[in-house]
Design a protein around this ligand. Structure first.
Ligand code: KG4
Ligand code: ZN
Length: 378
């Protein structure tokens, strides 16, 4: 790939689960953030409502249906043509095999036909890159939402703490640079998003359950609703192991215990509130522990579907950490002398999308290879 500072334009494809996505992303070598030139996402979620969960075979068939129209639309929005595109990035894993193969083989076919190099991308490593997009310059369909735009300072604010909190993963990383990333820990059983989903199911809601829990939790009023305590597993352990399976079981037990004694709407609101509190308390506590152990951390970035959760955003953005313990305070806006800033992607880039795949690739152009070498990597 070229070495001049002309922006590199990458076409990216994501198809690891029930979203089919294509984006065109651009970044010059010295730029701290990438620009999304187009981003299109189709979802087969509605198809999975009837089965109350994703059936891999159905998801793969839907990927086949969407993939070419989504690529076509992303190219139309971009406005350029294949000669402008320098590389093709694609998610190679982890995810559902059938779904992944649709994206991988389509991307390889394009790379072969257009004679372009490819950049294979790991889905989990890519999620945090939704935070390395210049929201201010997003031209298509991704209007910046209520959250603060990330400016160039996020890149200079290494070391970063990076949380990936999704339906399949809840992992914490320390990033000293884009190349030097250490896995600090993560869940030993269910992911946080999975816990939201399974508990929402107990309350009668479809996948994905997180947004339902969030809406119910917003209605909680301590003067009106009973407070039903749930455990916060492993919260006080001085390590980065998390566990959400016991919380899910406790939620089900509490539901059964109270379902005939508390009004059904009130019970749902109380349990949803406490579940969201328990999950977000655990994330906050482990963030505080990481800041204690790594006092040089300058920024915290959150990504994955659960990063959309308003309760989590509010809790982390407003947390005042005990400075006496050498802990810097979290600051939602800009760093004030040594305090870490905290960043969330726009809501549209929390759940699966191709902009994060393209942005990851734009920061890792050294990973280019021939289409001949790109295969599924679970
Ligand atoms: O990143 P994602 O789209 O897919 C995976 O890679 O897993 O994350 C989906 C997860 C689901 O578990 C969903 O319930 C959760 O993200 N989620 C939320 C919210 N929006 C999506 N959880 C809590 N609050 C939300 N607002
Ligand atoms: Zn994901």
């Amino acid at each position: 790939m070229k070495t001049s500072n002309r922006p590199t334009i990458i076409l990216a494809i994501e198809s690891s689960c029930d979203e089919t996505a294509c984006a065109v992303v651009q970044k010059a070598q010295d730029q701290a953030l990438a620009t999304v030139l187009s981003s299109v996402t189709a979802t087969s979620l509605a198809k999975h409502k009837a089965t109350r969960g994703i059936v891999p075979e159905v998801a793969a068939r839907e990927q086949l249906k969407f993939i070419l129209p989504v690529i076509q639309e992303a190219l139309q929005q971009f406005g350029g043509d294949k000669t402008d595109i320098e590389a093709i990035a694609v998610t190679v894993g982890p995810g559902l095999v059938g779904s992944l193969l649709v994206g991988i083989e389509t991307a390889r076919a394009l790379a072969m036909a257009w004679d372009k190099p490819m950049i294979p991308v790991n889905h989990i490593e890519a999620h945090p890159y939704a935070n390395f997009v210049d929201f201010g310059e997003i031209p298509y369909g991704l209007a910046p939402d209520s959250h603060q735009a990330l400016r160039d300072d996020v890149i200079t604010n290494f070391p970063l703490l990076s949380w990936v909190i999704s339906g399949g993963h809840t992992e914490l990383y320390l990033m000293n640079s884009h190349e030097e990333i250490t896995h600090l820990g993560g869940t030993v059983d269910d992911a946080a998003g999975e816990c939201f989903d399974k508990c929402a199911r107990v309350l009668g809601f479809d996948y994905p359950g997180g947004p339902f829990i969030e809406k119910l939790a917003e209605q909680f009023d301590v003067a009106k609703h009973p407070l039903i305590k749930l455990p916060r597993p492993l919260i006080h352990e001085k390590n980065f192991l998390l566990s959400f399976s016991g919380l899910k079981t406790a939620f089900l037990r509490a539901f059964r215990e109270h379902e005939h004694t508390i009004d059904s709407v009130d019970l749902k609101i109380s349990l949803a509130y406490e579940l969201q509190e328990a999950i977000t308390d655990i994330i906050l506590k482990k963030t505080q522990l990481a800041l204690e152990m790594y006092p040089d951390v300058k920024s915290i970035i959150i990504s994955g579907g659960v990063a959309a959760n308003k309760g989590l955003r509010k809790k982390l953005e407003t947390a005042k950490l005990d400075k006496s313990e050498n802990q810097p305070a979290l600051n939602a806006t800009h760093s004030v002398a040594g305090e870490p800033t905290i960043h969330f992607p726009p809501l549209s880039l929390c759940t699966d999308n191709a902009a994060m795949i393209g942005t990851y690739a734009a920061f890792h152009t050294e990973k280019v290879t021939s289409w001949k070498n790109v295969t599924l990597r679970l």
